[in-house]
Structure formats: structure tokens, C-alpha cells
Design a protein around this ligand. Sequence first.
Ligand code: NDP
Ligand code: SSN
Length: 299
Amino acid sequence: MLFEEESIKMEIGFLGLGIMGKAMSINLLRHGFKVTVWNRTLSKCDEIVALGASVGETPAAVVKKCKYTIAMLSDPSAALSVVFDKDGVLEHINGKGYVDMSTVDANTSSKISEAIKAKGGYFLEAPVSGSKKPAEDGQLVILAAGEKALYEEALPAFDVLGKKSFFLGEVGNGAKMKLVVNMIMGSMMNAFSEGITLAERSGLSPGTLLDVLDLAAVSNAMFKMKGPAMLQNSYSPAFPLKHQQKDMRLALALGDENAVSMPVAAAANEAFKKARSLGLGDLDFSAVHETSKPLDHSS
Ligand SMILES: NC(=O)C1=CN([C@@H]2O[C@H](COP(=O)(O)OP(=O)(O)OC[C@H]3O[C@@H](n4cnc5c(N)ncnc54)[C@H](OP(=O)(O)O)[C@@H]3O)[C@@H](O)[C@H]2O)C=CC1
Ligand SMILES: O=CCCC(=O)O
């Protein structure tokens, strides 16, 4: 057993303290797990240390100390770097469990899995659906795949981090499921944003549009949560737009591999790319709304 029954005795490493990693590591601490954190910008560890965590100087140091390490990193390049670079995860992974919860493509996940297995470690991919608030509240949806035994042993931690965990079979299936979900979400966000602009430009109240949508068949949590802020042009980041565009790009590549025509997703990706080119990448992905607004030619 990598894990012991009582969470109080579990020592969990956590790599990556961005919007999601910070909320998730705090949640684990709050529920009695011992947590050792590492972040590329080490100063970001200070807040978590003040709440009771320890710090590892490198990913290798964290893995050496903990039987089980979670990663929550921005993209495929970050996920690979933390594993394969000097002082990376591979150095001490023999006999340990590694759970990558970052959103990456199946190929990246497979590369990491193979390397960890070759060194005698255990690997699970476990990307999540749900954003900053669900991460803070332990309400994520966990899409795991890989080593089944590690999944079962990780359940005490997943039960704290999420409201539901799925085990989807072989490595890659978690990554693919996550990309399909985010591809749908990104397309919906663009349709929503165009709808708000169309309502405004055709003389309707966008506030009333939100009320109507909320009672209609297309009602959903995302429109309800993001709509009011979008009407105020307020895009405080919960899910950064640059990550949503990365997910559209990876989902479109999955479509290429499987000869699936995805014109709606391709158009949504163009809008997210446009938003990035306008410097909106660090704002919430709802900032794609800015690209649906007519240009102001008054000056
Ligand atoms: N925010 C959200 O709502 C959700 C995000 N996700 C996914 O979770 C992952 C994390 O998202 P989020 O927390 O929002 O992202 P952030 O941008 O807030 O954090 C990214 C993290 O990755 C680290 N990082 C980036 N590049 C490297 C690198 N080359 N080497 C090591 N570390 C690196 C950053 O370190 P540093 O602080 O030094 O920059 C930071 O800790 C992403 O894959 C995202 O798609 C999934 C579900 C929801
Ligand atoms: O990957 C990010 C997902 C954000 C969400 O599910 O709200």
C-alpha cells in the first residue's frame, strides 16, 4: 500500500501552486494531509507553508520525501519539464506514485507514464473538470486513468479534492475526456459571448437575455456564473484564457488524429487566439467576449 488508511498519516507532495494547485493543496492541508509543496517560482510556496505545508527545493526532493506526489501544471511543456529535467520527478520515483492532474494531451501523458514505469514508479493521469471555486470547495470532477491500484490508493485524496472521481482505463483516456469536455465548453463560451453582443446590438437588454437563458433548455452553470461579470466587462481569472486556448488546440489535434471534422471548435479556437493576440491570455477565458464586440471607429 502506498497510502495508509488515515489521511492524517499521508504525506503528499504537490508540484505547481497556480490558481488550481494552490486551492487544491490548501484543501488537502485543511483535511489533515501532510503536504510538501514545490513551485517553479518558489516564493509562491510561502502562503501554503504559513498554513502548515513543508517545502521541497526541487521536484526530485518532493518525490524523495513523499510516497505520493500530485502535479498541477500549466501545459504539456511544463508537465514534461518537471518530470524529465534535472532534479525532476524521475530521479526518485522508484516505488512511488505520481498523479498528474494538469490538462495535457494523451501523448504527453503516455510519455510521462512510460518513463515513470521504466524507473519502477506508478503513474495516474487525473485531469479535472471544475475551476477555482470548485477547487477551493473540493467539488472537482476527477477524470483518472492509468494504474488502477494507484487510483484506489489515491481515493482518500480525491474524495477531498472532488465530488466525483471516474476511472477511465488506460493512460490517455483521462486526457482525452478532459479535452472533449473543454472543447465543448470553449465552443459554448463563444456562442454565449456572440449572443450577448447580438442582444446588445439589436436593442435588447443583455440582463434580460441572461434571465431568459436561465429558464431555457440551454440553461447551465457556466452561463449563470460567468454571464453577470461578462456584462460588466470583468474577467478576473478563474480559468485563464491562455489555458482554454491550449485545450482547444489539443482537442483539435485529437480531432485531426481521429479524422473528426470540428468546424465549430476550430472557429472557437480562432477567437481564443485572437483574444490572446489582444493581450487577454491571463484573464478569464470569458474575456473572449471582447473579440465578439464591434470595433470602435470613433477615434
Ligand atoms: N484554472 C482552472 O479553472 C482550471 C485549470 N485546469 C488546468 O490545470 C492546470 C493548471 O491551471 P491553473 O492553476 O489555472 O494555471 P496557472 O497558470 O495559475 O498555474 C500554472 C502553474 O504551472 C507552473 N508552470 C508553468 N510553466 C512551468 C514550467 N515550465 N515548469 C514548472 N512549472 C511551470 C506555474 O509555475 P509559476 O508559478 O512559476 O509560473 C504554476 O504553478 C492547467 O493545465 C489548466 O489547463 C484544469 C481545470 C480548471
Ligand atoms: O479546465 C478548466 C475547466 C474549467 C471549468 O470546468 O469550469
